[in-house]
Write a protein that binds this ligand. Structure first.
Ligand code: DGL
Length: 275
């Protein structure tokens, strides 16, 4: 593994920029390649087989750019395709599930953890499995709730809109009934709704997967002595690729990343399929 190789990040679309944001924040000296499969988004309502095939293609694209690590920013892909991607990757593959499960276990006091995500993520029970694998405590209760309406609301920029608040109240009802004290925002888009979710769930600790996946990535690269050689001036360089360029890309991307994003390069899904 060469220190100067880039870090590869992929997602079903633009949402994964919420993970890239944390990577760039804690490792500003790295180079990054981001691939958003915008032509085939959403992954959250597709079958595991389809998400596995798409994820392998996205990972293969990053590997063809000699990345030193592959980050699966998408919760849905992390939930159902982590093993499929690991099978084809000669470099470490980091998903968002394990880092968030570890963080949730550290945070919970009453042992009741809520998971919100796409239907595919919640239906996979990947978070519950991971949490049970990581703990010897029998009294951990994991409550899942799919919140499919949050993705379009976040992309629309309706972050604190009354409609979003009302929908959040509705989705949070079963989690409140179970008295969750920790809530994993298990979808790339949900960190954008933090304020609204915190209002709906006062006193509950919210877990942002991007933050914890970024920490784990830094740990893995540190252990492998593969961090970029430190430079005095941060020189983050990010190459953005997408499989389709939606007209709204610049605005939506900026919402997720917090800074202006240049026009991405296009890679067709035919190209991805040929890799
Ligand atoms: N990136 C997806 C996730 O984190 C959300 C969008 C989609 O359904 O593809 O689960």
């Amino acid at each position: 593994m060469n220190n100067d190789f880039p870090i590869g990040v992929f997602d079903s679309g633009v949402g994964g920029l919420s993970v890239l944001k944390h990577l760039v924040r804690i490792m500003p000296n790295e180079r990054y390649i981001y691939l958003g499969d915008t032509a085939r988004v959403p992954y959250g309502n597709k079958s595991p087989e389809t998400v596995q095939q798409y994820s392998q293609q996205c990972a293969q694209f990053l590997l063809s750019h000699q990345v030193k690590v592959v980050i699966i920013a998408c919760n849905t892909a992390s939930a159902v395709a982590l093993e499929a991607v690991r099978q084809i990757s000669p470099v470490p593959v980091i998903g968002v599930i394990q880092p968030s499960a570890e963080a949730a276990l550290r945070a919970t006091k009453n042992g009741t953890i809520g998971i919100i995500g796409t239907r595919a993520t919640v239906g996979s029970n990947a978070y519950a499995h991971e949490i049970q694998t990581l703990t010897t405590t029998e009294h951990i209760n994991v409550v899942g709730q799919a919140c499919p309406l949050f993705v379009p609301l976040a992309e629309e920029g309706w972050i604190a809109h009354p409609a979003t608040r009302a929908i959040a109240e509705e989705y949070m009802k079963p989690l409140k009934a179970e008295n969750v004290d920790t809530l994993v925002l298990g979808c790339t888009h949900y960190p954008l709704l933090t304020e609204t979710l915190q209002l709906a769930m006062p006193g509950v600790t919210l877990i942002d997967p991007g933050e914890h996946a970024a920490e784990v990535t830094r740990r893995v690269l540190t252990t492998k002595h593969a961090l970029a050689h430190t430079q005095e001036i941060p020189s983050t360089r990010i190459d953005y690729y997408v499989t389709d360029i939606p007209a709204t890309f610049p605005q939506v991307a900026k919402q997720f990343l917090g800074f202006d994003v240049p026009m991405p390069l296009l890679v067709s899904i035919e190209q991805l399929g040929r890799l």
